[in-house]
Design a protein around this ligand. Structure first.
Ligand SMILES: [Zn+2]
Length: 467
């Protein structure tokens, strides 16, 4: 198969043109959405006939596909360490189909335009980075290897999620299927980090950041209610109203963030970055281990990303209150979305919010904090031969690139795998500049064709050990 940049760009363009957007709830797909996914599946079978004819193909959840390539007990690369699970999702977040120009897009989001950009030949469109680019390079590498007669040592599973963006049931179903079969993957790779620049100010090298853990997520409903036996009118307002008290509670949450902690993963990341940082941060980062408390206090003032790396973040999102201009709310609510640091737990993070909001509101009104849904932060994956295999594959595909661990700030499908597998690494083998990182779930999402070529090499080296 040809792996030159224009060919890969053309194939990714085909995937982008199928708008695989899953609905936000976990219910069944509409017939139209089901048709769109069938179109993508047909396209994938056409592009990767050897993979699909060799593998056992197991449909999972909504439009998810789990592929199993049987191990032969004879092989090199990552599957020599045990069964391997490689994940990428087929679905994308919505993008405007009509007024795309006024939304700021240079090209229609689902046209898959291939054109020269700042990093050479570039594919534009929704999903090029998240996650169809990674899906493409994964399937390209496996198609190639299997066509050459390669087979994995132990079973290789490919989980092509159907609804990652809507937090749907496909990945859960894929992991449940592995559990049912008694499979414990020795290694899991899914989206997360990437090859990038500018991770910290003054960094002179290109860096591959690999997520070795993932923060937890919890949504809390904070509500403030007045005594229902004392109705009040907006023409004669009481001294304390639920709406204003809720405002005080939310402001207090901003003033009293969760404690900042520099964990072992961050220490390792910054210590390894330090030699390549110029300017005042160099000395601080090189002594990250001894300076944990200092750096934890300083980082929140540097960038929002660094702040999120050292603490549980709190973001007030949805608000409810009164239903009319002249009606006092008897109950006001806010949703507080928290990303829970690996050094904390859901319970610990929730307690902090309870303490702060109770103090801010006082005793004249009733405050309630209710956990709506959430999951704990994942444990950290090991730095053993599996980490070494990932590093080697990055070194072979992106020469002169430093590989460092980090804690993923968002949530992805791989957290379900973390339940059954001890070594989960979150990394897409694609280059993403700061502008490209901002285009994920944003405007003008795009990937350079050169990075697709390197991405294929990454999976190839990971799976067979040689480029
Ligand atoms: Zn994604």
């Amino acid at each position: 198969m040809s792996h030159d940049a224009p060919t890969l760009a053309g194939r990714l363009s085909q995937l982008v043109r199928v708008p695989t957007i899953t609905p936000p709830d976990g219910g069944p797909l509409t017939s139209e959405t089901a048709r769109v996914f069938e179109e993508l599946h047909a396209l994938l079978r056409g592009l990767y006939p050897t993979v699909f004819s060799t593998a056992e193909v197991i449909p999972v959840g909504r439009a998810g596909l789990l592929l199993r390539l049987a191990g032969t007990g004879d092989g090199t690369g990552a599957t020599a360490l045990g069964p391997v699970l490689l994940m990428a999702h087929q679905d994308v977040v919505p993008a405007p189909t009509h007024d795309w120009e006024s939304a700021g897009w240079s090209h229609p989001p689902f046209a898959g335009v291939v054109q020269d950009g700042e990093d050479g030949l570039t594919v534009y469109g929704r999903g090029t980075l998240d996650d169809k680019g990674a899906l493409l390079v994964l399937l390209e590498a496996v198609e190639d290897l299997v066509s050459e007669g390669w087979a994995p040592h132990e079973d290789l599973y490919l989980s092509l999620g159907g609804d990652e963006e809507s937090d749907g049931p496909s990945a859960v179903a894929a992991i449940a299927e592995l559990e049912r079969r008694g499979v414990t993957p020795a290694l899991v790779v899914d989206e997360g980090g990437a090859v990038t620049t500018g991770v910290v100010p003054g960094l002179t090298r290109q860096v591959a950041v690999v997520g070795v853990a993932e923060k937890g997520v919890v949504n809390l409903e904070v509500s403030v209610s007045a005594d229902p036996r004392k109705p009040a009118h907006s023409s004669t307002p009481p001294r304390h109203s639920p709406t204003a008290a809720l405002g005080r509670a939310l402001a207090a949450l901003e003033r009293n963030p969760h404690p900042a902690v520099l964990d072992d993963i961050a220490v390792r990341m910054f210590t390894e970055l330090a030699p390549y940082v110029s300017g005042p941060l160099k000395l601080l980062l090189s002594r990250a281990d001894q300076l944990r408390p200092v750096l934890a206090q300083v980082f929140p003032y540097v960038t929002a990303e660094l702040a999120a790396m050292v603490r549980t973040t709190t973001a007030a999102t949805m608000l409810t209150g009164s239903s009319a201009p002249n009606v006092l709310a008897s109950r006001a609510t806010a949703i507080v979305n928290m990303r829970v640091a690996t050094s904390s737990t859901l319970a610990g993070a929730t307690r902090h919010v309870e303490k702060v909001v109770h103090r801010a509101v006082g005793s004249a009104l009733t405050v309630e904090v209710r956990v709506l849904e959430g999951h704990e932060p994942t444990p950290a994956s090991p730095f053993d031969e599996r980490w070494d295999a990932i590093r080697a594959a990055i070194a072979a595909s992106y020469p002169d690139t430093l590989t460092v661990p980090y804690t993923m700030l968002g949530a992805s499908d791989s957290r379900h795998a973390a339940r059954i597998a001890p070594a989960v690494y979150r990394f897409s083998p694609l280059f993403m500049s700061a502008a490209q990182r901002a285009s994920v779930h944003g405007v003008d999402e795009r990937v350079s064709a050169d990075s697709l070529v390197k991405g294929v090499r990454f999976y190839r080296v990971l799976l067979c050990g040689i480029a």
